[in-house]
Design a protein around this ligand. Structure first.
Ligand SMILES: [Zn+2]
Length: 559
């Protein structure tokens, strides 16, 4: 009995010790803290306890709760704000993009070979894929052949595609694994390029012939997924992105692999971004069966949201419009088949009845309108719940549709960074008149709609500063719009920050947990090199993140 009491005593000491350490506070003082909380927009100090915000206010009041166990960080007048919440990323794909092979910078045969050689080092036992090469950029514009790369890839299968995705180079080992010889006929719609003298395949496969190799490439391993996620997390940290909406999943399998990867990282305490996932719409029955509803999960991983496509993109002239394209009057764009065959409407209603959130990709004005029509029908049949339907991109609008967003509570999930390039060539596609309601942030906000900002990483950089810069200045990359393209759609930096923090949190049902610096919320904050509220808006794009705090921990500090 005495012995037991002794043990209990020791256990008690042990627990008090750890509890004390766990509850240690950190105070950030002398800051210019923009909270995004309308009731208390500015503060000098924030005190956090474990992963939550305990206090927001003046230095003097903070001093009253600071004791000798409190870690004090003097911000020395620097600007602090909530971490960015990027509402639209393809996060792990972005990681694969960051860690992947990029032969595009090569300007000669020698450079092409060198970049590939360097990349393969340490990866000899894997398939080498992607590549992104462009022989039109080389001094001698010849297509590569397997002989260029065979000498250093004897035991490494290589299948690397041209940037346009219409041809690829395979080495001898990959051709052998695929069973392609001089006697293999080219498949329909494709070409196995062969040497005119020897009849041997050169390694170049065009269009449908590419599948002969592509089909035997094994899926990514867990290790590769881990590397990709680690790379994307590094990018998020240094850009001050503490939460993401993740749109990655095109198939069931990729969803499973990616969600598993996020979970592996979370279990090991390595997940340094909060993730709100979207599953492909056609999987909704599985979610319903599993009893999953909107906003299911913990503070780090959330499921219960679906993604569908209403149309394509402006760049490929497949965004769906009411009026035809200017450069090709025969086309109005391309509605997705689930919008043509009525499946979307059926699935969306069923999913909505079962309290799943729905996000629809819609770029053209007709795709947006058609999606709103469906939401209207759903609202009639299943009224009275907080569905927070998203229209991803919401890029081009009919003027009378802005009010419908507000009325139906549909969230416009937008990516201002796209405007940087789109603004250069959109007029050629859709003419002057329709530019008026392109990326129309101000019209949305004036109509009372909720706008959430994101990037579409890795289509564009994950850096939120470019998004803020574009929302506030609307300067296109060609330099032709120093005052902004359709300047009436510019918004203030305060509005842009809110779209990128609190509104994005709202878009994933998390506005009571994050998106602003408020007592009781999760401690996700960033410290910046400049004061976003007073800096010349043109310089917003150059602002750097100096510190990122996630879940109460400093996860990044610039050196
Ligand atoms: Zn996207």
């Amino acid at each position: 009995m005495k012995k037991l009491a002794g043990i209990l005593f020791l256990v008690a000491i042990f627990f008090t010790g750890t509890t004390k350490a766990q509850f240690e506070k950190t105070a950030f003082i002398n800051g210019k803290i923009y909270t995004v909380n309308e009731k208390q927009p500015m503060a000098e100090a924030v005190v956090i306890e474990r992963n939550k915000i305990l206090f927001v206010g003046s230095n003097a009041d903070a001093n009253k709760i600071i004791n000798k166990e409190t870690k004090v960080i003097d911000l020395k007048g620097r600007f602090m704000m909530p971490g960015f919440i990027d509402a639209h990323t393809h996060f792990i794909s972005g990681g694969f993009y960051l860690t992947g092979l990029d032969l595009n910078p090569a300007k000669s045969r020698a450079e092409f070979i060198q970049i590939l050689k360097d990349y393969i080092k340490g990866k000899e036992d894997r398939w080498i894929t992607e590549g992104n090469w462009d022989h039109e950029k080389w001094d001698v514009k010849e297509l590569p052949t397997k002989e260029w790369i065979d000498p250093f890839t004897k035991n490494t299968p290589v299948y690397i595609d041209r940037y346009d995705g219409h041809m690829a180079l395979a080495n001898s080992y990959a051709l052998k694994l695929a069973g392609i010889t001089k006697d293999t006929p080219s498949p329909e719609g494709g070409l196995i390029v062969k040497d005119p003298k020897t009849g041997e395949p050169t390694g170049i496969l065009k269009d449908n012939a590419m599948d002969l190799v592509r089909n035997i490439i094994p899926p990514y391993t867990n290790e590769q997924y881990n590397e990709a996620l680690a790379a994307a997390l590094n990018e998020a940290k240094r850009f001050g992105v503490t939460s993401i909406g993740d749109m990655s999943y095109t198939t069931d399998e990729s969803f499973q692999e990616q969600l598993n990867t996020f979970q592996r990282f979370e279990k090991e305490g390595k997940l340094t971004v909060r993730v709100s996932t979207r599953m492909p719409i056609n999987t909704f029955k599985k979610l319903i069966k599993a009893g999953i509803q909107y906003n299911f999960g913990d503070n780090f991983i959330q499921i219960g949201s679906l993604k569908a496509y209403a149309d394509g993109s402006l760049g490929s002239s497949t965004a769906w419009f009411f009026d035809h394209y200017v450069q090709d009057p025969s086309t109005y764009g391309l509605p997705n088949d689930i919008f043509q065959n009525g499946n979307f409407e059926k699935w969306a209603l069923d999913a909505d009845m079962n309290k799943l959130q729905i996000c629809v990709h819609a770029i053209g004005d007709r795709a947006v309108s058609a999606t709103l029509d469906v939401v209207e029908k759903i609202e009639k049949q299943n009224p009275g719940w907080d569905r927070r339907f998203h229209i991803e991109h919401s890029q081009h609008l009919q003027p009378n549709d802005f009010a419908r967003f507000a009325k139906l509570g549909v969230i416009a999930s937008m990516q201002p960074t796209h405007l940087l390039e789109d603004g250069n060539w959109a007029e050629k596609r859709i003419g002057r008149e329709r530019l008026k309601y392109m990326h129309a942030y101000n019209s949305f906000l004036k109509a009372g709609a909720i706008v959430a900002f994101g990037t579409d990483f890795p289509v564009v950089t994950l850096n939120p500063m470019i998004g803020l810069y574009m929302a506030v200045t609307r300067r296109t990359s060609d330099g032709k719009n120093p005052n902004g393209i359709e300047p009436q759609e510019k918004i203030s930096v305060e509005q842009a920050i809110k779209c990128y923090t609190l509104n994005s949190a709202y878009a994933e049902y998390q506005e009571n947990k994050k998106g602003s610096i408020e007592k009781g919320k999760l401690a996700d904050m960033i410290v910046l090199s400049d004061d976003l509220l007073t800096i010349d808006p043109v310089k917003l794009k150059d602002v750097k993140v100096e510190m990122t705090i996630l879940d109460g921990k400093i996860i990044y500090e610039a050196r």
